[in-house]
Design a protein around this ligand. Sequence first.
Ligand code: URQ
Ligand code: ZN
Ligand code: ZN
Length: 581
Amino acid sequence: MTTPSKFRNVPKTAQNRLLIKGGRIVNADRMFDADIYIEDGIIRQIGENLITPGGAKQIDAKGKLIIPGGIDTHTHMEMPFMGTRAVDDFYHGTKAALAGGTTMIIDHCLPQKNQSLLEAYEDWSTRAAERACCDYSFHVGITWWSEEVKKEIEVLCKEKGINSFKMFMAYKGLFMLNDDEIYQAMCALKEQGALALMHAENGHLINECCKKMLALGITGPEGHELSRPEEVEEEATTRAIVIANQAQCPLYIVHVMSKSAANAITKARREGKVVFGEPIAASLGVDGTHYWDKDWSHAAAYVMGPPLRPDTTTPGYLMDLLANGDLQLTGTDNCTFNPDQKALGRDDFTKIPNGVNGAEDRMSVIWEKGVYTGKMDPCRFVAVTSTNAAKIFNFYPKKGVIQIGSDADLVIWDPNATRKISKDTHHHAVTVNIFEGMVCHGVPLVTISNGRIVWEDEQLHVTQGAGRFVARGVHAAEAYAKILIRDKVRVPQGVDREAYDGPVWNSANAPANNISKSAPKPTFSQDRPSTRHGHRDLHASGFSLSEMGPRYSGNQVDDNVRAKVGHKVLAPPGGKTSIIF
Ligand code: URQ
Ligand code: ZN
Ligand code: ZN
């Protein structure tokens, strides 16, 4: 067979030409049987009886599914955190991801407070470029706020291919922003056409409740969940939704860990707000009862923020919402620490480095808990593990779909095979696995990354540094299409009216009892001195329970203001009574 002219003069290395035959392609919109021809890392042909140049390596995918490579929207490889550094670095973390069928990660560049965002971006970029085995991109952290940060956001969007920025309502003193800063940052992101990501937990409340738990002598991992129950996540989620809606900025809630936070997102979306919810492998696969395990190390391995929830129905609930579209996509928040690192908090749960694994097991856990249970079909599985991420973060159809011209990031997936998850066989650097012992249907047989086989026959064939940065433009349609229309049709309008021309009060005549801003705040104290006969002079104030003793002398909003002399108070409403009100 002669090689058609369009294929001549192409290097014949088998690796750069792959022909996948007999598979069933699964995209987010449909499933269909077809062969796939790949060359130089790109999908070149899809169909039957393809005419391809010689030398292509053939892969028999008969009876198997072919899915777009997974996209993990939330990782923290080699993150410096809580006095140590995440043990899965970009090499170990990405090779584990590839072994599990994920072919791209979106990691985080998290500047310290007052550190330049651009400086952090360069630092993280250098490390990822050296070590990542698969393609990657970044969310950049807004961990402090100033005009300088606002300028750097513009540079990151216009020159560095960043379109998503992470904020935290938790981690007081480290990453946390206050509401006004969040609002200003969201307005700046909206100006650039970027997406606001939020770690939604009330950091002030967590800080106080941690003190309460420690004061009660609760120092173990159970204190971690007890100090930030799901209403602390729900409140912040709702608050973030309100602030984003006021800024008309699209919002993405990361690591949705509880029913009530998920319900807040569902409610907002049904009201038409542009909000995305990201449950993670951990919150879809396991629950927070592990925090009460008698083995300290076991319990500490599950410590992350927000915590996993002790309500054992939470994973199934979140999976239902992911299946029906109320939640949109999945990440892992892969931020791993070994037992000796977790032991930094052996006497104080607030010192346990927060983070768990997920990068290798996300796809199988979601297949097992989502598809194998009948909650979602394979197309929805592809949507929530790959396609929606590419659309929301604006690199579709480069990735997230099997179509001509797209990157050859794909997985030959065996829906019927099973694998047992274990720290002893996973490819992470971390020596624990929160899914230990879980048997999952849905197994990646072959992972192809940029047209190269990197996982086959349970063997990795990765190259450190082979991963490429994926630049992303602003104004992703998935996030901004509605907002750009609303910017035109929902502009607040003032009222066109005649100017007021009546009399105006002369504020110099303000009445004495008008509490002005400068007046000292009223002191509300139980031990306020009595004013006459052991109880307060009724005529000095309209309220006293003095017969019940000074503890009950009432607090008055006008306590701080001297009453007018001789100002009589008639009998209390309803006539005389034995108790003086
Ligand atoms: O909060 C995050 O997402 C980072 C710091 C990872 N750790 C965690 O517990 N989620
Ligand atoms: Zn977080
Ligand atoms: Zn995270």
